[in-house]
Design a protein around this ligand. Structure first.
Ligand code: ADP
Length: 192
């Protein structure tokens, strides 16, 4: 199975991703984690993206696409992927789809975790205290949500038009969100 997991910052993508990869036996590919690893390792890519990441801007489309190409192909060959945090712009979605179509690894579903912005700010501030991520302060958080609304939210329509959108209420309990996703994918208890 090949899945895209989208939703605003703080909507619970990482939490759901960990559970879904375990249950579905696919590889977790997180664009944010891969970018943070590049920054930490001080690679040329990491040096190029660190200031954008710290201020909550998106890093350039071509950098992300280039970074993810091989992991997507490897995961597809190994049984499937769950892409978390990618695509985030229409240009990324179109270029990923072109690549995936060529390689025969198009996504089966785009899962959207829907959530209301004010609650997300609260959730993210709580996470900031726990994890101390460089981009988890209130100004940056609000900016990341704006960037999401402007650049990523339009992808909901894009995937709806492609007939692969699965929208789930991200403000339910963690278990209920997982259950709704599995159900929507035809992998819930009712389908066992
Ligand atoms: P969150 O979803 O909580 O905002 P992520 O870990 O997914 O956090 O992303 C952190 C940062 O990494 C983003 O604010 C952005 O700067 C960068 N980033 C991650 N994925 C992408 C992407 N697909 N395109 C552009 N920038 C990205």
């Amino acid at each position: 199975m090949r899945l895209l997991l989208l939703g605003p910052p703080g909507s619970g993508k990482g939490t759901q991703a960990d559970r879904l990869v375990e249950i579905l036996g696919v590889r977790h590919i997180s664009s944010g984690d891969l970018l943070r690893a590049e920054v930490e390792a001080g690679t040329p890519c990491g040096r190029a993206v660190s200031s954008a990441m710290e201020s909550g801007e998106l890093v350039p489309d071509d950098v992300v696409i280039e970074m993810l190409r091989q992991p997507i192909l490897d995961a597809s060959a190994a049984g499937g992927y769950l892409l978390d945090g990618f695509p985030r712009t229409l240009a990324q979605a179109e270029s990923a789809a072109a690549m995936a179509r060529e390689e025969g690894v198009l996504a089966d579903a785009a899962v959207f975790l829907a959530a209301e912005p004010d609650l997300l700010v609260r959730r993210l501030l709580a996470r900031a205290e726990e994890l101390g991520r460089a981009d988890d302060n209130e100004t940056t958080i609000r900016h990341r949500i704006e960037v999401y609304n402007e650049k990523t939210e339009p992808l909901r329509k894009y995937y709806a038009e492609r007939g692969i959108l699965l929208e789930v209420d991200g403000l339910q309990t963690v278990d209920q969100v997982t259950a709704d996703i599995l159900d929507g994918l035809g992998r819930g208890p009712a389908h066992a």
